[in-house]
Design a protein around this ligand. Structure first.
Ligand code: NBP
Length: 480
């Protein structure tokens, strides 16, 4: 039996993608470094479709129809290079290696370039949705050559999540574009979770709303513009009682957030392409602060909250909860606007002509950030190129939403500061918005200082050219 595709790396993601492919009618050749995983998969799910068992990569390659398609689902990093090295001598020109793991986009660019030289297509594919998505339909973000997508695309679209008849899979761009977009998607996911956390903390610490009551609030919010998978599961986590103590589960979970690295990569890349993704970066930093547990415990003992205990406490009732909802929505809009801006900047840097409407459409199902908001984002780009907003905040729906949320957003950020509750993304997103909105920024003073100590020059608002003030002489101005 000739197989349509081979999968090597049958841990949770590879096994589930292989099953997804087989359930969709493809014949799938299976390989894993240790044969036990292949046999376990066949034993548990072998009846789900047509599988070809192989023990070596050479056998895997032999089992495939041409051009051969090999999906590599091994651990990101050196294992991917090890598998490629072993595969390449076994393949012919025109064959396709697909890396469906969470590889860093620069590595994908390097691998694609090197394999292109050998006539082999290398396709870095962002796969989102975890193990459940891999089995039942993930959001798929493929990069690589357009030619390879012609052969691979129909297969990927068939196994992708389905959003009202549309597959959540479309070609993103050459070389590392798919992995890049997946990375930024993960960065947005960090910000999305952080703003939910900030809303929870403010409602708990300032308004005194217990987790079970908040579960109802989030359930209600899920019927508003905030409707999304993450808001939905927030209610479920908040209403969960701990089996041992009977307390809210959220109160017995250690408050140190883990990270696997994609948020950090997003922030680093944003710095490199010069794109201010404050919401994502602050979310990464917030996780880092949460993990500094020893320092946090020392600091708690040393510093008071700084809140005047005798000052009258404002009444933080239902209006405050509604304010928090608006602050959450506005901050979320900023996070998405920044993430998509970053994609434009990266596109210019790496030569990708990214279609932001299409990218937003891929995130509507199968992935963690699926949300009603993505339809509004698509609508913003659903206009002729000349009318596309330079930043999402300038799209009419977003401008109206921000204007609507603004007074509440400011009140919430002020409450967070006066009550001593950290709200880094709520407040930095507001600062980003204000930074874009202000007609004059103190950057003029920064330029003056740079010119003073380093003769870095400045431009004037009323004349062309660059200028320098002779600070250590007679302080006259000279044109450079
Ligand atoms: P892991 O990332 O845990 O990798 C385990 C697989 O890699 C096993 O098949 C293992 O073979 C194989 N492997 C290793 Br480790 N070193 C190898 C080597 N030198 N040569 C050949 N094979 C090697 O698997 P996963 O959790 O299924 O994730 C796969 C990819 O998908 C990763 O890049 C991950 O970041 C990404 N991803 C994961 C999720 C998720 O929810 N888990 C979601 C989205 C993306 P062995 O069985 O012989 O040890």
């Amino acid at each position: 039996m000739t197989a349509d595709i081979g999968v090597t790396g049958l841990a949770v993601m590879g096994a589930n993608l292989a099953r997804n492919l087989a359930r969709n009618g493809y014949t799938v050749a299976l390989h894993n470094r240790s044969v036990a995983k292949t046999d376990a998969l066949l034993e548990a799910h072998g009846e789900e479709g047509r599988f070809v068992r192989t023990e070596t990569l050479a056998e895997l390659v032999q089992a495939l129809e041409r051009p051969r398609r090999v999906l590599v689902m091994v651990k990101a990093g050196a294992p991917v290079d090890a598998v490629i090295e072993e595969l390449v001598p076994l393949l012919d020109e025109g064959d396709i290696i697909i890396d469906g793991g969470n590889s860093f986009f620069e590595e994908t660019r390097r691998r694609e370039e090197s394999l292109r030289g050998e006539g082999i297509h290398f396709v870095g594919v962002g796969v989102s949705g975890g193990e459940e998505g891999a089995l039942n339909g993930p959001s798929i973000m493929p990069g690589g050559s357009q030619e390879s997508y012609e052969s691979l695309g129909p297969m990927l679209e068939r196994i992708a999540a389905d959003f009202h008849g549309e597959p959540c899979c479309a070609w993103i761009g050459t070389d590392g574009a798919g992995h890049y977009v997946k990375m930024v998607h993960n960065g947005i996911e960090y910000a999305d979770m952080q703003v939910i956390g900030e809303a929870y903390d403010l409602m708990r610490s300032v308004a005194g709303l217990e987790p079970a009551a908040q579960a109802e609030v989030f359930r209600e919010w899920n019927t508003t513009d905030l409707a999304s998978y993450l808001i939905e599961i927030t209610s479920e986590v908040l209403e969960q009682e701990d089996e041992i103590t009977g307390r809210p589960l959220v109160d017995v979970i250690v408050d140190a957030a883990g990270q696997k690295g994609t948020g950090r990569w997003t922030a680093i890349s944003a710095l490199e392409v010069g794109s201010p993704v404050t919401a994502i970066a602050e979310s990464v930093f917030a996780r880092s602060i949460s993990s500094q547990q020893q320092l946090r415990s020392q600091t708690t003992q040393v510093f008071s909250s700084g809140i005047d205990e005798h000052a009258p406490t404002p009444d933080y009732g239902p209006e405050f909860v509604e304010d928090v909802r608006k602050a959450l929505y506005a901050s979320k809009l900023v996070a998405y606007a920044q993430g998509l801006d970053m994609l434009v900047a990266a596109g210019e840097e790496f030569g990708w002509d990214l279609d932001l409407r299409s990218i937003a459409s891929l995130w509507r199902a199968g992935c963690i950030i699926r949300a009603d908001l993505l339809d509004t984002i698509m609508k913003a780009y659903d206009v002729p190129a000349s009318r596309r907003p330079q930043n999402l905040l300038l799209a009419q729906d977003f401008t109206e939403a921000i204007n609507e949320c603004l007074p509440a957003w400011r009140r919430v950020v002020a409450a967070a500061a006066t009550q001593g509750v950290p709200a880094p993304v709520f407040s930095s997103s507001l600062a980003y918005y204000d930074g874009l909105r202000r007609d004059r920024l103190p950057a003029a003073l920064t330029q003056g200082l740079r010119d003073y100590f380093g003769a870095h020059t400045y431009r004037r608002i009323d004349q062309e050219g660059t200028f320098h003030t002779l600070w250590s002489a007679d302080r006259s101005e000279v044109q450079q």
